[in-house]
Design a protein around this ligand. Structure first.
Ligand SMILES: Cc1cc2nc3c(=O)[nH]c(=O)nc-3n(C[C@H](O)[C@H](O)[C@H](O)COP(=O)(O)OP(=O)(O)OC[C@H]3O[C@@H](n4cnc5c(N)ncnc54)[C@H](O)[C@@H]3O)c2cc1C
Ligand code: SF4
Length: 327
């Protein structure tokens, strides 16, 4: 499909990028940040919420730092997946994203800020027009949500990015910058339930980097993913389970987080605490898997039906815990 025209700016420093953002904000012009473009540009080609101005982050050296505890937003997914300094579960999740070509362009910041997805929305303009649009892309028609009609206050499009659940379990902090300053917060506070706003970013604000606590490397664990084609598809469900073990090999701390099931990634604190409060090996894993299945609430807007995705969450949780039982 033909790319609609837009004005592209390529600043060479963070200050320059924020200055351009401020200028566009002040003149009432909307814009998008672009990192690798592997999500934004396919959406633009489908004429989905195109902006007239786009600011590229590709020339900003400050955003590409990668260490065991610091992940710049412009670090390529491929570099995260293959670096020796990356936590092994984070590397596994990164390596499961899309295909090798997309991982070489796609970035960590773009992955965290990935637009939510819905099969009524991720379609060509002609297709969306034929169903008279939907709330997220109403084109001025005040169209209804196709998934949960008669409410038009909440878009329930699905968050289908792979890095967030592992980063949530590792206790990541996200760092933002805008023309009015910088702020940081636990990653769990970054996401917003509405599939249109998606996160707390204000106009002109961007993600600069994520940090992990020094003790992040002490966590063992696994990431398991359901998708239609293993070669490149988005997660239809993703489960990260991370733990620290005591001297007898039982988990002394346990964290579980999911993706691909709701409009935000979820961290399941109560379910994980209940499992380790009375650890009984396989029985506890079975109970944990069932409680995660009950906790997630997928809707009918991705490839697989919600009932199948919930069933598979149980399977994925058990698979992610399998290393816990071979001690
Ligand atoms: C065929 C295909 C398969 C895919 N499969 C997967 C998959 O399996 N798992 C998965 O997780 N993803 C998948 N993706 C999505 C995407 O490729 C990755 O998530 C990638 O990491 C996105 O990064 P990007 O730099 O290309 O983002 P971009 O397209 O540049 O940006 C994505 C969004 O984030 C915003 N943004 C980017 N950087 C910042 C920043 N620093 N601060 C604020 N906002 C920012 C942009 O404005 C845009 O809204 C797939 C994509 C395709 C085309
Ligand atoms: S959840 Fe509803 S409003 Fe959101 S993209 Fe899908 S149909 Fe549109």
């Amino acid at each position: 499909m033909k790319m609609p025209p837009f004005e592209l700016y390529v600043p060479s420093s963070l200050d320059e990028a924020l200055e351009k953002a401020s200028e566009l904000n002040d003149s009432g012009e909307e814009f998008d940040w672009i990192a690798g473009g592997t999500d934004l540009l396919p959406n633009y080609k489908w004429h989905i919420n195109v902006k007239r101005h786009v600011i590229s982050l590709s020339g900003i050296e400050e955003l590409v730092t990668l260490s065991g505890t610091h992940i710049g937003s412009m670090v390529k997914v491929h570099d995260l997946a293959t670096s020796d300094v990356t936590h092994n579960v984070l590397a596994k999740a990164a390596n499961s994203i899309a295909s090798v070509m997309i991982r070489r362009s796609g970035t960590v910041g773009g992955n965290i800020c990935l637009d939510t997805r819905c099969f009524w929305f991720n379609q060509s303009e002609g297709w969306r027009e034929s169903i008279d649009w939907c709330y997220k892309c109403d084109c001025g028609t005040e169209a209804d949500c196709r998934v949960i009609p008669n409410q038009n206050t909440l878009c329930v499009a699905t968050y289908q990015a792979d890095l967030a659940p592992v980063l949530l379990c590792l206790g990541a902090t996200i760092h933002l910058a805008s023309p009015s300053g910088t702020r940081s917060m636990p990653l769990s506070e970054f996401f917003e339930l509405d599939g249109i706003t998606r996160n707390v970013l204000e106009p002109g604000e961007l993600v600069t980097h994520l940090t992990l606590p020094e003790e992040a490397m002490e966590w063992d664990g696994d990431y398991q993913k359901l998708r239609q084609r293993d070669s490149w598809d988005f997660p239809e469900a993703g489960v990260a389970v991370l733990w620290k073990s005591d001297s007898s090999g039982n988990p002394s701390s346990l964290r579980v987080a999911t993706t691909g099931l709701e409009s935000i990634p979820g961290i399941h604190i109560e379910e994980a605490e209940a499992a380790i409060a009375d650890w009984r090996g396989k029985d506890s894993v079975d109970e944990l898997a069932e409680s995660i299945r009950k906790a997630v609430k997928p809707v009918q807007n991705t490839w697989f039906p919600p009932s199948y995705r919930r069933k598979m969450v149980k399977v994925l949780t058990k698979r992610a815990c399998s290393e816990l039982l071979v001690r």
